[in-house]
Design a protein around this ligand. Structure first.
Ligand SMILES: [Zn+2]
Length: 233
């Protein structure tokens, strides 16, 4: 293979690796950050649920004591029924009794509704707590992975940049300039043939050019996009 072409291909491989590493390290911190945000949202939700549960319990304790008070009044009134002397007094007492019974049944209905709301909150609290546990666990793992990736990629990147410098010094400056222009415009400067087409823009190349590219002895650049072509066996 033509040495200059081989160097260009190596340069492209190095640049692709650098890009891969940079994009990998660029993605992980976002993943970790996103999980931390989710964790915070769930924890906030949990605090709200806990406050509400406390409120509901307080309200039900109050209702409970109201029910007890009403029931003891009811019992007293019922005893008094035996002691009344007039019909008028009897009716008045019965009215009072009906009134208290109605109040008790309203208290009880309210009590049941509150208990239901509390049950639902307790259920969602439980699932939130287990989700927090899971998130904490995976977050811990991802943070370790992130730190390792940063450490690994740092030394990998240093080595790749050294290799890149070394290869660049061997490439003819006009080729290197064109490569760099292509790389910043299209992301790549060298691409293997794709059948009889350019591996970058997929346009069909002239048959004679394809033959020459396949020899890997002549440097050709695609007439459509300018990317250097070679034959990958
Ligand atoms: Zn092309």
């Amino acid at each position: 293979m033509n040495q200059e072409l081989e160097n260009l291909i190596s340069l492209q491989h190095i640049d692709s690796k650098i890009l891969d590493i940079e994009s990998l390290a660029g993605d992980l911190p976002q993943k970790v950050e996103k999980k931390e945000q989710t964790l915070k949202n769930i924890s906030d939700e949990l605090v709200i649920s806990n406050n509400r549960i406390e409120e509901l319990e307080k309200e039900n304790r109050k209702l409970q004591s109201e029910i007890e008070d009403s029931e003891s009044s009811l019992a007293k009134y019922k005893e008094q029924l035996f002691l009344v002397k007039s019909n008028k007094e009897y009716d008045a007492l019965n009215n009072e009794i009906d009134h208290i019974k109605k109040a008790i049944s309203e208290f009880e209905e309210r009590y049941i509704l509150i208990e239901e709301e509390k049950e639902n909150l307790l259920k969602s609290k439980e699932s939130n707590e287990s989700e927090i546990d899971t998130l904490n666990e995976t977050l811990e793992k991802e943070k370790i992975k992130l730190n390792n990736a940063i450490k690994d990629s740092k030394s990998d990147l240093e080595k790749l940049h050294l290799d890149k410098k070394n290869i660049e010094s061997k490439i003819n400056s006009s080729h290197l300039n064109q490569y760099n222009t292509l790389k910043s415009a299209k992301g790549i400067g060298v691409a293997p043939l794709n059948g009889n087409c350019c591996g970058s823009c997929y346009s069909m190349l002239p048959p004679q050019m394809v033959v020459e590219i396949k020899s890997n002895n002549i440097i050709h650049s695609c007439p459509s996009c300018g990317v250097y072509a070679y034959w990958e066996e």
